[in-house]
Unconditional design. Sequence first.
Lengths: 293, 177
Amino acid sequence: MKLALYLGCVIPNRYPGIEAATRKALPKLGVELLDMNGASCCPAPGVIRSFDKKIWLLTAARNLSIAEEMGLDVITLCNGCYASLKEANHILKTEEEKRKEVNMSLAEISREFKGSIKVKHLAEVLYFDVGVKAIKEAVKRKIQVKAAVFYGCHLLKPRELRPWGSVEKPTFLDEMVKVLGAESVPYRDKMMCCGAGGALRSGALDVSLNIVCERLEAMKEAGAECIVNVCPFCHLQFDLGQRQIAMKLGENFNMPVIYYTQLLGLAMGFTPQELGIHMNATDCKSFIERIGI
Amino acid sequence: MKQEIIALGEINEKLLKELKKAGVANIVFCVQCGTCSASCPSGRVTAFRTRQLIRKALMGLSEVLKSDELWLCTTCYTCLERCPRKVETVPAIIALRNMAVESGNINPRHRDIAHMFIRYGHAVPINEENVKKRESLGLPAVPPTTHSFKQALEELQTLVKKSGFDKKVDFGWEGQK
């Protein structure tokens, strides 16, 4: 299957290893990724939408129109981009007045929102379109590690437009992690927010770090050896957040943070360097040694 | 215990009307049960109480638009999912934030992010360190986004001007290529 790859901001501009890992791993599962040339920030659902819903909807509509021109459904690698693009797509498909208003503005840049495509998250594509069985078949070496699986909020909520069913106790990501040979350890407050969203990380860093600190403590207590996530903003919050917690609170968690396609890439036989795992703020050397690569 | 008295003069009747206009009229169904506050990740580490925020908004206390608390919600949607009255908590908070920005109440850090978004098309733009990381991973030095296509950035900036977002966040176009 062919999909329009929506990159967003944090992946290409802060964690390019996630982009490299995704571009390497997905074609091996039959997913061809085509660039959405000229796409911008989604824009961030808790940040730009908090400032002004109008520019949020307009910008999202412009991004969606790029994929519509390509005639392809969108794949996002970020929970925030997923929220913005999926929700904007729904609003514009179902609320005629808003669509008209948006299209009047888009006409000035010779664009139009037609409502011809769907927006999917990486996890959605892998779980529903590729399937856990096909992922299992692509595994060349088992990554035997205790993982704290972290879903993130906007992947699941609001549940209305999303395909998952349970938002309190989902299992799809755990299944996808286990199939790579890892163990998914249960931990306290697993479904609670990482604390990055809603413009909190930029607006009140101390509060944001206190929240992520609670998540990290619970993961550590449960014996997790790494965090596996599917959102670059959760990834940044856990990864860069650990460095900030060490500086501000003097607490060292030494918890490697791995994006799902990086773990998948390792299982497929790519090297940690090819997947950019060494580019994290947290030291991943011991993790790499631990899994024996 | 000191009794807090709210004078009629403090009540802004327009607030609720504006919230209704923003499509979040159902906050009037709130019964103040506190499920939202109990579910809140920010509330656990601060004195922020979602229930109180909703109550203040319902009472038309425009102090909410100036409060820092309005910006402590992470928009995790747990409260919305658990609300027994299906109150649109997060959309209400976002609507209130829009009103706050409209009336000039914006955190300077947030304004900076809005300016990045307008200037580069990215709330988090590329930097030298990540250009190098990209190159060493075999990726194009700059991603194929508004960073690579001048016309794409101009399109976005046209939308920004058209919607008046630049004025809302005091963006100056001087020095912009």
